[in-house]
Write a protein that binds this ligand. Sequence first.
Ligand SMILES: *Cc1c(COP(=O)(O)O)cnc(C)c1O
Length: 394
Amino acid sequence: MKGVLFMDIKQTDSEYISHTYSRFPITLVRGNGCILYDETGTEYIDMGAGIAVNTFGAADKEWCFAVESQIHKLAHASNLYYTEPCVKLAEMLCQKTGLKKVFFSNSGAEANECAIKAARRYAFNKYGDEKHSVIITLKNSFHGRTVTTLSATGQDCFHHEFGPFTPGFVYADTENPDSLETLAAAGNVCAIMFEAIQGEGGVIPLSEDFVRAIKRTAEKYSLLLIADEIQCGNGRSGKLCAYMNFDIKPDIVTSAKGLAAGLPLGVTLFGEKVENVYTPGTHGSTFGGNPVCASAALSVLSRIDDKLLNEVTEKGNYIVKELNNSCGIAEITGLGLMLGIKTEKNVKDVINNCMEQGVLVLSAKSKLRLLPPLNIPYDKLEKAVSVIKKACSI
Ligand SMILES: *Cc1c(COP(=O)(O)O)cnc(C)c1O
């Protein structure tokens, strides 16, 4: 039975908040690591981390300290002035990835917008016109909700009702090198944009062969490579960036979600070819690189070291080992702590069943999706996995 407080919140939400979300019937009020509590004090094990955002779970001590110590000094300065957390974070991001420069924004969609603008400006500077501004993205990809990033998203279900869409995107069949080649050969393309692990598309990692094809096509036609690491980055795959699981070096990398682990921060990283593509006045953001978000991200990033990454891989292997071939589970895809599970039961029933048993899981298309905090302890993981196992079994 849901209490009066919950019913009241649900009613007010429905009355005043645009109906874009179908929310689960839970009000979350606080948390501690991978444990979340509703308004009645009921505990849940968090296997979704706020959609890959809460890298170290809720109310993590180090994260709170990083945020609090900055928020009491200066919460916002605008990009008209220097702030130390922003500069230090940029330096750390470049040192850890080998990329050369960054631009900070507030969300994944904005990070991708910045990448798309950068690729177009690069092409304009190179060819002197807009004839080479087309970007190849992959079918089944997801790149955001703004009109341009929806346009970049390679799923037809996103291409209705909000037109006209930004032109200049073509969609290659994922895992089909010939499709890439045909689109690139048209001669009007400047970049290929991809998620190394397609998140919203059902947690599907690209194959090594297809990543090789992306690399080969980019080299052959002098195209930029844009890696969207918004969901699969920040240590989730067992490497800092998911593309690092493959032999490929993107020219532009975008990140957000888990970067500031609970505060809004997006980043676009530029490699050598594009490091100077933007010049004063050509791009900007009021909040981007905000010192509080930057301070949070500095603390998060400094903790994503080899030890943590190895743990992420081990925990992912543990989940796969426990659930593989288990009753009602058809297939598990993904890397590290970004896993998609094809269930024989309807995924909604599985999610509701898990929720009733105190475990919060997500879906991606028709699959179950697991994105727990990277530091989830084994005892909690063990419990969550056993609940998931039971919920899937038929
Ligand atoms: C979530 C996501 C985005 C959009 O990020 P927002 O912060 O919601 O704008 C873009 N690309 C990928 C791969 C994502 O998972």
